[in-house]
Design a binder for this molecule. Structure first.
Ligand code: SF4
Length: 466
């Protein structure tokens, strides 16, 4: 995933850092800010949260920000890594920050990149040079070369620009107020800055903003098929964010209603409580509680000082964090039937631990409801599920998963109800059905099917022999 931010207008660097904090849930590996003054570029990066980025107490006309989630390259493990692993990057005349994942870097370049933002910045800079300085033509070339997802914000000379790939995989929104223009992965950033959201950047649209308040819009490539990442609505985005005119909170509420209907059809013993796994599944739990007329109880509390298990790389890290991630309200559990609601089951580690913890504390029955359908395929577009075999649903039936997590019943969302809840049909569902919308990703898929996924490297980072 990753979070991106671009600001045009005299804006405080510390204020920009505060805005970037609103995108910290999209990447907790590392973060960076870049600012331009009189065409002089300065960057400041930190491991972990944007709160740790050191910036001077001054304003800048152009600011870019990035929160990093490691889909390309390993995790940042030292200060020395920051220079090559963490955006934004400045190459040639271009400064760039990027959300998404480019699947064919190895096909296009023999150079090893730690971060595909650097690759994109170099490629775009070269394309601008080979097109007599035209940003529009440079993006047209980029679209014909790049396979994958890329929502970018950048600075070229005295202009801020934003581009969203022609499939619209990853969100990108913008707003303007007075002399200030803000482009960001999520609308919550605009809310906090007091800048009204104007709209999403359209798939295949290049926006160029100048310091005089003029915005130019260019249609670089019209793709008949948009494939917005459904997982943004289920997991990634903040519930207060609006993506493609859908409030994420409302989508999650509708996902809960659909699960409530499924629960009723299953004729199980009624639960005493609905219990959300914090934080993403709260709206769905509220909807289920209303539908089933069962009280909602926040029995599972999050240890706030730990990050998201999903974005940890090694199994040891995930196991260790899963065992410390939640604190339980002991007195509310004994003898109760509990319906737990979570956003997804990826490896099954967290679900199994929650069920075991509740049963250890005396729960009579634990049902487990999941707002996302079973994920069976790796994502090549920006989530670090590197291979299918990391997903428990790729090799196990729903009953086998229920047995593994030791739930008394496992209630999964269906793909049709997921689509209805999101309210738009042009979605990427590749991690549910293996139908990858881009050509190179399909080649990777074919190769994986041929060779299996026993490799340590991520599938999309393996060399593809044509
Ligand atoms: S494969 Fe899944 S997670 Fe990846 S972009 Fe598509 S919908 Fe999103």
């Amino acid at each position: 995933m990753c979070g991106v931010l671009g600001i045009l207008g005299e804006y405080s660097l510390r204020g920009a850092r505060d805005l970037l904090l609103l995108l910290a849930h999209r990447g907790q590996d590392a973060s960076g800010l870049l600012w331009v003054e009189d065409r002089q570029v300065t960057t400041s990066r930190s491991m972990g949260s944007p709160a740790r980025i050191i910036v001077p107490d001054k304003v800048s006309q152009f600011i870019l920000g990035s929160t990093r989630y490691p889909t390309t390259g390993r995790r940042v493990t030292s200060e020395e890594d920051l220079e090559t692993f963490v955006g934004p990057f400045h190459r040639g005349r271009v400064s760039l920050t990027h959300n998404g994942n480019v699947t064919n870097v190895k096909v296009l370049s023999s150079k090893r990149y730690d971060c595909d933002t650097e690759f994109l910045a170099e490629r775009l800079s070269n394309n601008i040079n080979s097109n007599d300085g035209s940003l529009q033509k440079a993006f047209k070339d980029l679209e014909s070369e790049i396979d994958g997802a890329f929502s970018v914000v950048g600075v070229l000379d005295d202009k801020l620009f934003a581009y969203r790939d022609s499939r619209g995989f990853k969100p990108l929104v913008f707003g303007r107020s007075g002399d200030t223009t803000i482009v960001a992965s999520e609308s919550t950033v605009l809310d906090m800055a007091g800048v009204p959201m104007e709209r999403d950047v359209y798939p295949g649209e290049l926006l160029i903003f100048d310091t005089g308040g003029v915005m130019e819009s260019y249609s670089i490539l019209q793709n008949a098929l948009h494939t917005h990442c459904f997982f943004e609505y289920v997991y990634f985005a903040h519930p207060a964010a609006t993506i493609e005119n859908q409030l994420v909170y409302d989508v999650r509420f509708r996902l809960g209603r659909a699960l409530g209907q499924t629960f009723i059809r299953m004729n199980l013993d009624p639960p005493d409580y609905i219990v959300p796994v914090p934080d993403t599944s709260r709206p769905a739990a509220q909807a289920m509680a209303e539908m089933l007329q069962v009280p909602i109880r926040e029995i599972i509390l999050k240890n706030r000082y730990l990050g998201r298990t999903f974005i940890l790389r090694s199994q040891e890290e995930r196991d260790s964090m899963a065992s410390n991630k939640y604190i339980y309200l002991d007195g509310k559990i004994k003898g109760k039937n509990i319906l737990v609601v979570d956003d997804s089951i990826v490896r099954g580690t967290t679900a199994r631990k929650i069920v075991a913890d509740l049963k250890k504390r005396g729960a009579e029955k634990v049902y487990f409801a999941v707002t996302c359908p079973p994920q069976t395929h790796a994502c090549y577009y920006g989530i670090d599920i590197a291979t299918d075999r990391e997903l428990i649903a790729s090799t196990s039936s729903i009953q086998e998963i229920a047995d593994f997590v030791q739930a008394d019943a496992l209630i999964y969302q269906e793909t049709s109800t997921l689509e209805n809840a999101i309210g738009i049909k042009d979605l990427c569902l590749a991690c549910l059905d293996g139908k990858y919308p881009t050509e190179h990703a399909r080649k990777i898929r074919d190769k994986v099917q041929e060779l299996g996924t026993t490799h340590n490297e991520r599938d999309y980072e393996r060399e593809l022999s044509e």
